[in-house]
Design a protein around this ligand. Structure first.
Ligand SMILES: *[C@@H]1O[C@H](CO)[C@@H](O)[C@H](O)[C@H]1NC(C)=O
Ligand SMILES: *[C@@H]1O[C@H](CO)[C@@H](O)[C@H](O)[C@H]1NC(C)=O
Ligand SMILES: *[C@@H]1O[C@H](CO)[C@@H](O)[C@H](O)[C@H]1NC(C)=O
Ligand SMILES: *[C@@H]1O[C@H](CO)[C@@H](O)[C@H](O)[C@H]1NC(C)=O
Length: 477
């Protein structure tokens, strides 16, 4: 509305200007010069300076001319310069003490008006008029004011109808900004309002939350007229989302681990940089020996983000996966787990024997295993061997094998890192507690109808990740 109105106003002012040039008795001589100005709007930041430049063509001297910058009407003006003097008495009050005439090269007809402490109301069109005796010529200039508002604030709010919202607010923008939410599903409700005193825009935007423990949600606000699309961004506490934000979180983690006093006794595993403990069982010893058995591969599968449920987010190195509170808006795909918070790795294992390790840390609920590529991805994933899925699960403090029927398990000590061994040729899948090298569970006597892929699920909103380790052999240490 406001924009349309001001555009109409600037069209109207251009018309008035033309009329002024045509009708005033002053203009009865034919000018032998032309006034030129920038073709494109001059962009000026709020509170800073704007320079409105005009010059003559041909580049004759303007020393004896009157120069006048004005908005809709020639008088009062924005600035008048006559006989080498500024004429503040002919100035609009809103430009008092805010303008400076700049002699760029008056001998060649070049001058500028500098406007200081630019405000929103300075936005729009200007005219620049050169007058000599009874002859005058002018041109129209455009000033585009741009303001980047305050850093958006995000907070969780509860409304009387028991709804929970994330609310993002920011003010001081010009012109009307664009707002974008990341890490949520559903529509944002956004109100823009413009301050009557400053003419600047404020934004209040809300998205509905499923519950109050929020992570991975960000709100970014950008100015549409700035070429570099200046963006202000905020996250709710415990940020976790794609790309650079993930990196930030990753940098912060070692510090918090230190602060926690190295909870993970004897094991430091930071996203793929895992170190093994020493004592090994038979399989582990075989893994140690490595190389001797060409059919045994210790691997570090990479997660496949295209299969990741919208509830999950994969780290940049594709070794870690985390649970989000809100589903992301992702293109739906037949490869993606639509409902369950699960993901596959990219590797497909055929013949041979493979071993890999997954750091589960203190995460309270998860599934680790392998599955056939054909496993159902829409709705609930059928988690049982007869559906091509072999896995172990920790859920509600109960640890069990997802055999049919289920097998309760009680490992000798809590699992922080799980070793998974797939012996394709022997039809065997076993799970190991890396901490004490003990065997946790084995599925045997299997035949596989196709390649198997590592399969992981992250139950509950526990923000702790699952991380695929790169197995460091003792011999390499
Ligand atoms: C401006 O004037 C100078 C001489 O004073 C001349 O050499 C030059 O070509 C002129 N430039 C334009 C753009 O008219
Ligand atoms: C401009 O500055 C003068 C002197 O610094 C002051 O007296 C006057 O009130 C100012 N005018 C405005 C409009 O601020
Ligand atoms: C600001 O000025 C520019 C040109 O100077 C114009 O295109 C734009 O519509 C103006 N914006 C507002 C919000 O008035
Ligand atoms: C937007 O304005 C409407 C009407 O004034 C109000 O009911 C609604 O709560 C506002 N929404 C936000 C996000 O402030």
């Amino acid at each position: 509305m406001a924009r349309t109105r001001s555009r109409a106003a600037s069209v109207a002012s251009s018309l008035i200007f033309l009329l002024f040039l045509k009708l005033l008795p002053l203009g009865n001589g034919k000018a032998d010069f032309q006034v030129l100005g920038p073709q494109h709007p001059v962009v000026a930041m709020l509170g800073e300076e704007a320079e409105l430049r005009c010059w003559l063509s041909p580049n004759i001297s303007a020393h004896l001319m009157e120069l006048r910058w004005f908005r809709e009407q020639p008088s009062p003006a924005v600035h008048v310069r006559r006989a080498g003097q500024d004429k503040p008495e002919e100035q609009m009050p809103e430009y008092h003490n805010r303008t400076t005439f700049v002699d760029l090269d008056m001998a060649r007809g070049e001058a500028a008006l500098r406007i200081h402490r630019v405000t929103a109301s300075d936005n729009g069109s200007y005219h620049c008029l050169f007058k000599e005796d009874r002859v005058q010529e002018g041109t129209t200039l455009w000033l585009q004011v741009a303001g980047v508002g305050s850093k958006p604030r995000i907070q969780v709010i509860h409304t009387p109808d028991r709804a929970v919202w994330a609310e993002c607010t920011s003010e001081g923008w010009y012109p009307e900004p664009k707002i974008e939410w990341r890490g949520q599903r559903g529509c944002a409700k956004t109100n823009f309002s413009v301050s009557a005193t400053t003419g600047l825009w404020a934004v209040v935007s809300r998205v509905a939350l499923q519950d109050a423990a929020v992570e991975g949600l960000s709100c970014s606000i950008s100015n549409p007229v700035l070429p570099e699309r200046k963006v202000a961004k905020s996250h709710l506490p415990a940020p976790f989302s794609r790309g650079s934000q993930f990196m930030k979180w990753r940098l912060a983690l070692p510090l918090s681990l230190l602060a926690m006093g190295l909870l993970m006794a004897g094991v430091i595993c930071l996203f793929g940089k895992c170190q093994r403990e020493v004592n090994r069982t038979q399989l582990m010893e075989e893994i140690e020996r490595g190389g001797e058995d060409p059919s045994l591969f210790t691997v570090s599968p990479s997660l496949d983000p295209d299969t990741a449920s919208p509830k999950l987010i994969v780290s940049e190195d594709q070794k870690s996966v985390r649970r989000l509170l809100f589903d992301q808006d992702l293109p739906s795909s037949s490869r993606r787990f639509e409902r369950d918070p699960c993901i596959l790795a990219q590797e497909r294992f055929w013949a041979g024997r493979y071993y890999w390790e997954v750091e589960v840390g203190d995460r309270k609920a998860w599934i680790l295993g392998v599955c056939l590529e054909s496993v159902g991805r829409e709705g609930r994933v059928p988690k049982a061997p007869q559906h091509g899925l072999w896995a172990v699960e920790l859920y509600k403090n109960k640890f069990r094998a997802l055999s049919y029927p289920r097998t309760p398990l009680s490992p000798s000590q809590p699992l922080h890192k799980v070793g998974i061994f797939l012996d394709w040729d022997a039809g065997e899948i076993s799970f190991h507690n890396v901490a004490d090298s003990s065997l946790v569970y084995t599925f045997h006597g299997l035949t596989f109808s196709g390649p198997l892929q590592p399969f992981l699920c992250l139950w509950t909103h526990d923000p702790r990740p699952l991380t695929i380790c790169s197995v460091v052999r003792k011999t390499q240490e």
